[in-house]
Design a protein around this ligand. Structure first.
Ligand code: GUN
Length: 284
């Protein structure tokens, strides 16, 4: 039997419906949750992502703004801009869209964000709390993945989970979350030798490599849950995931499509985190 396809859009809609009610309640108490999304440079994919986040917030009655800076902004100027947002009481969530230009990406930009406004969960304190399994802001994509796994109804404890990708925003935090949920976790990455040897053991396979069709049918265990985080824009303008969807779906038990799988869950989780930040900051 082919895999059941997980409709990320539908799950995200449920989350956003609840967020909309929460926003209404907060507004009745006099506060409007606000997300500021920071973009540095003109990467076309980033421009689409930041607009999607802002537009979703506005659609739900929240406030949101994109702060766009030129590639040449200095580290000092950038930190000054973040500090301004930290001090701005009307702002509850600050998200720095990645990738950043190299002169910023190797610096401590995430430490500068007020930990209470770090709705992308990239401040070292939030990474640390995630590691310890404590209450904190976690990055949106891993939250979305955990919710998708929950929706399958499959018990996570004792499962072999294999994560492809070791980024700070997806690979590392999702591996920790799966570990804390009782999975036996393997993290594979670009330097892993014989990837297939690892993926074939996965009851849960999560690919966040950004390599179109990296995961072939021959690399997937029968009945595995396959979550595709990859979104590579192809020459024909279409998005392509890391997983060879049509072939792999014949072997998996559950699978996420691209688009319409993890993507909508990421946006919903950013919204949810911003509402949470607003509630906590204002004690509402
Ligand atoms: N770049 C691509 N996806 C994301 C995301 O979810 N958050 C941030 N900050 N940058 C990204």
């Amino acid at each position: 039997m082919p895999a059941k396809i997980i409709d990320g859009k539908k799950i995200a809609e449920k989350i956003l419906e609840k967020a909309k009610k929460d926003v209404k309640a907060l507004k009745e108490k006099g506060t409007t949750p606000k997300l500021v999304v920071i973009q540095v440079g003109d990467d076309p994919a980033s421009s689409i992502y930041v607009q999607k986040k802002r537009d979703k917030c506005l659609e739900l009655g929240m406030a949101s703004e994109i702060k766009k800076f030129g590639e040449k902004i200095t580290y000092t100027e950038f930190l000054f801009e973040i500090e301004k947002l930290n001090k701005d009481d009307s702002v509850h969530g600050i998200l720095i869209q990645l990738p950043l230009p190299e002169h910023l990406s190797h610096k401590q930009v995430f430490e500068t964000i007020d930990v209470c406004k770090d709705v992308d969960g990239l401040h070292p304190a939030n990474h640390g709390k995630n590691l310890l399994g404590k209450e904190c802001f976690r990055p949106a994509t891993p939250i979305g993945i955990m919710k998708i796994l929950h929706e399958t109804g499959v018990k996570l404890e004792g499962k072999n989970a294999v994560v492809i990708g070791r980024s700070n925003i997806v690979g590392k935090p999702i591996a920790i979350m799966l570990l804390n949920a009782g999975c036996t976790v393997t993290i594979c990455h670009s330097k892993t030798t014989n990837l297939k040897e690892h993926t074939l053991k996965a009851d849960i396979l999560i690919s966040a490599a950004g390599k179109p069709k990296l995961v072939k049918e021959s690399m997937v265990k029968k009945g595995a849950i396959v979550i595709d985080v990859g979104t590579t824009k192809m020459k024909n303008g279409k998005l392509c995931g890391d997983v060879d969807f049509e072939k792999v779906r014949k072997k998996a038990s559950w699978i996420t499509p691209v688009p319409g799988g993890v993507g909508p869950m990421t946006i919903a989780s950013v919204v949810e985190n911003t509402v949470k930040a607003c509630r906590e900051i204002t004690n509402a």
